[in-house]
Design a protein around this ligand. Structure first.
Ligand SMILES: [Ca+2]
Ligand SMILES: [Ca+2]
Ligand SMILES: [Ca+2]
Ligand SMILES: [Ca+2]
Length: 305
């Protein structure tokens, strides 16, 4: 009993994840720094107080038509949103100086596989229907629902992003949602013209909700056994993963349980070997299998599908 309580406390200390299953929220700290989030100037400061709450990313030097709270991938906020089954993205923003009545638009951007050429990049955009931003120093929360299944959801539009982008029918949500290279929350609406202004902006709590199915042994539940499998595939920071974990398709039995006569547990895959499903332990799609992937898997502990 005592041992269990100690273990639980250690886990809480080690992982500052939200209680909501599958949500990763960057609250910022000395350890995480700005975690790759910026407004594009390089003058961003990690403030230790005044956020929503505590630490936040602050930039008082912006000169822009519309500030952009941006994350350039690879990171947990980019990659293959279909694989990660992303269901929402959000951020908290504060304006202390700048143009009034600015809406917030989420842009999901792809470099189209040509990272050195930004003339062909395109994006999907959705303008939030809630509060507009004003220079009142008030933190406002913006959450955007993402639908990765099928066609692009109502209210979203595919828009050019690069300096000379010509959209083609192939530039679809189906492609984009698998190949997101930058996530950006902009204080402007696509298609509108704005005046150049000086800004003082803060960002806190960028967040993403995913439903990754960290079920590596195919028993349709995420248990400590799956965590152990992920651990055995972990790489050092930034090192590519060792290859996918191969499991049975969802729903197929993988284990022959002991019979009444024989209490020896025999573990043997059954079912069609042609139907083996590859599942990656790189749950955030950034190319390695590290503690972030472990954290994501832990958010699904105890869940069955
Ligand atoms: Ca914070
Ligand atoms: Ca490109
Ligand atoms: Ca499992
Ligand atoms: Ca990873």
């Amino acid at each position: 009993m005592g041992k269990k309580i100690i273990l639980t406390t250690c886990l809480l200390l080690a992982f500052s994840f939200s209680a909501q299953a599958g949500e990763f929220k960057e609250e910022f700290s000395v350890q995480s720094g700005t975690a790759g989030w910026f407004f594009g100037t390089g003058n961003e400061v990690l403030e230790t107080a005044g956020g929503n709450p505590d630490y936040y990313v602050h930039d008082s030097t912006l000169s822009s038509f519309g500030p952009s709270a941006t994350m350039i991938g690879p990171s947990i906020f980019t990659g293959n949103f279909r694989f990660k089954r992303v269901s929402s993205l959000g951020i908290d923003l504060k304006m202390d100086m700048g143009s009034p009545n600015r809406p917030v638009t989420l842009f999901l951007i792809t470099d189209r596989g040509t990272p050195n050429d930004n003339s062909d990049d395109f994006a999907a955009a959705y303008t939030h229907s809630g509060d507009v931003m004003n220079a009142d120093g008030v933190w406002r929360s913006y959450d955007f629902q993402i639908s990765v299944n099928g066609a692009i959801a109502a209210g979203w539009q595919v828009v050019p992003w690069g300096t000379n982008t010509t959209l083609t029918p192939a530039d679809s949500w189906q492609y984009l949602s698998r190949n997101i290279t930058t996530t950006a929350f902009l204080l402007q609406e696509p298609g509108y013209m704005y005046i150049l202004d000086a800004w003082d902006m803060g960002l806190d709590n960028p967040r993403i909700t995913m439903n990754v199915r960290a079920d590596f042994n195919g028993d349709n539940c995420v248990t400590s056994a799956d965590i152990a499998i992920l651990r055995s595939h972990m790489t050092s920071l930034g090192q590519p993963q060792q290859g996918p974990i191969v499991i049975q398709p969802i729903g197929a039995p993988v284990r022959a349980f002991p019979s009444e006569e024989d209490d020896e547990v025999s573990i043997q895959p059954v079912g069609d070997p042609e139907a083996l499903l590859e599942i990656s332990a790189d749950l955030d799609g950034d190319g390695d299998v590290d503690f972030i992937d472990l954290k994501i898997a832990r958010t699904e502990l105890g869940e069955c599908y």
